[in-house]
Design a protein around this ligand. Structure first.
Ligand SMILES: *[C@@H]1O[C@H](CO)[C@@H](O)[C@H](O)[C@H]1NC(C)=O
Ligand SMILES: *[C@@H]1O[C@H](CO)[C@@H](O)[C@H](O)[C@H]1NC(C)=O
Ligand SMILES: *[C@@H]1O[C@H](CO)[C@@H](O)[C@H](O)[C@H]1NC(C)=O
Ligand SMILES: *[C@@H]1O[C@H](CO)[C@@H](O)[C@H](O)[C@H]1NC(C)=O
Length: 426
């Protein structure tokens, strides 16, 4: 997740062990609520017996200039709205929190007032947030955690349970009790005191992630996905929403190899119809904004793009420092990404699927690798890095992370329209 500025990629989520600050919650000895996690007019099994229970949230934001995508969630016994950054690169959902707060930014909404339903230190949810299997519990009644994100910011907090108000596509609205982090000490990479979001919505593969918790309560299949538009906005979804026969699939790496949604197989880059450099396993991460290629792939892509640009009479714009490489068309600034796309060609990645002969093609059209800078130049939204991670390159596609079948799927899509529920409503 990046805040305020276009951020950086690969979200490494390291969780350090405990802290002396845990005393903020130290005297809270309330017993955990043993009531059903699901309240409202339906029981869990009732929901399960209905076909197609899934949840869809509208998303706001873009890769540039905003630099993040956000959804609004209503949380709390007396529900209040919060703006959350969506992040498939991390697990825990947390809110800036009045525990009281040691370091919080200014937020769009009042700080979250924590519930007193603490998750215990030995709870499996807490264990999944600790860096070591064996960890110490200074306060057995509470779960202290720290998350460090790749772009130098971090959140320290306490895990608790509270109510989320969720609208299912079958028409039900349920109050679902799930764990979330009360983040009471944040470090942000920028000095700006204003942070445009209240917290992070963690969509990763771990136990604490939003989808894992929904699935553990039998509410939706363990499938999460998104459709983010190159024009900005889009939606995220939980559960089965798309016809799987219409998607292209590749196996997901085993959890053992990656905490992230990564392809099991290596990808090969195809430029102008010619198979090129073998990349590596690819990580799909909405928390990063840009896409990152390793040095060889980046070099090959850049040479190809430069050649293509020269052929179409597009010149480099070295004075534009939005990102390392930008182009202008010499006449007038590009007003939109659509205007720029006619000067550039799609390329693709192909994934080998184990021993299967069939390869899966992931096409990357110009709007999924270019941004229009504030100077009206077309700039390359793919950066040089040591690993391969994709964010901008997932634009204008439905992306599905199926944790049940351990598959990653995609298909070109119009993400400006929310999917119509094909399921009956009551
Ligand atoms: C509530 O959630 C907890 C942890 O996720 C789980 O252990 C428990 O069985 C759930 N209770 C019900 C009634 O679903
Ligand atoms: C959920 O549904 C209610 C009632 O239809 C509506 O008022 C509310 O805006 C919906 N919330 C979200 C997050 O879609
Ligand atoms: C987050 O999304 C809401 C709508 O859900 C929107 O009103 C708000 O402006 C967005 N926040 C930011 C910082 O973009
Ligand atoms: C990409 O980064 C590597 C390592 O930092 C560097 O050696 C290489 O020159 C860079 N490639 C380009 C095209 O900038």
């Amino acid at each position: 997740m990046k805040i305020g500025k276009v951020g950086f990629l690969v979200f490494l989520v390291l969780v350090l062990s405990w802290s002396t600050c845990s005393a903020w919650f130290g005297n809270n000895k309330q017993k955990r609520d043993k009531k059903s996690n699901v309240t409202g007019e339906a029981t869990t099994s009732w929901v399960l017996n209905r076909p197609g229970s899934s949840i869809v949230f509208k998303v706001h934001g873009n890769v540039y200039p905003v630099g993040f995508y956000n959804v609004t969630l209503n949380i709390g016994q007396w529900p209040r709205p919060y703006f959350l950054d969506i992040d498939t690169g991390s697990d825990l959902t947390w809110l800036q929190c009045d525990a009281p707060c040691i370091r919080c930014s200014q937020t769009p909404h009042p700080l979250y007032e924590p519930s007193n339903d603490l998750v215990a230190c030995k709870d499996p949810l807490c264990a999944s947030l600790q860096p070591l299997d064996e960890y110490e519990c200074q306060h057995p009644d509470q779960c202290d955690y720290q998350i460090d994100y790749a772009d130098h910011y971090s959140s320290l907090g306490v895990l608790l349970r509270d109510v989320y108000i969720l609208n299912f596509t079958n028409g039900l609205q349920l109050k679902v009790r799930m764990a979330l982090g009360c983040g009471y000490d944040q470090i942000f990479p920028t000095s700006s005191s204003y942070h445009p979001l209240d917290g992070v919505l963690g969509l990763g593969r771990g136990k604490t992630s939003f989808i894992s918790q929904l699935n553990a309560q039998g509410l939706v299949p363990n499938v999460v996905g998104h459709c983010l538009s190159a024009q900005g906005g889009g939606y995220i979804f939980f559960g089965d929403l798309h016809d799987s026969s219409r998607l292209i699939w590749t196996p997901m790496s085993s959890k053992h190899h990656s905490k992230h949604y990564s392809s099991a197989g290596a990808a090969e880059m195809v430029l102008g119809g010619k198979a090129g450099i073998a990349a590596s396993s690819v990580t799909f991460d909405t928390g990063s904004s840009y896409t990152y290629f390793n040095s060889n792939s980046y070099q090959a892509l850049l040479s190809w793009l430069k050649k293509e640009a020269r052929r179409k009479g597009i010149k480099e714009a070295p004075d534009d420092h939005t990102v390392p490489v930008c182009w202008h068309n010499g006449k007038r600034p590009f007003k939109s990404i659509r205007e720029a796309t006619k000067y550039f060609n799609p390329f693709s990645l192909t994934f080998r699927n184990g021993n299967a002969k069939l390869k899966s093609h992931f096409q990357i059209p110009p709007q999924a690798y270019l941004i229009i800078s504030n100077k009206g130049n077309a700039c390359l939204g793919i950066l040089n890095a040591s690993e391969v991670g994709m964010d901008i390159s997932m634009l204008d596609k439905v992306m599905v992370f199926d944790n049940e079948k351990q598959l990653i799927g995609w298909a070109p899509a119009n993400c400006d329209r929310l999917p119509k529920s094909t399921y009956f409503t009551i």
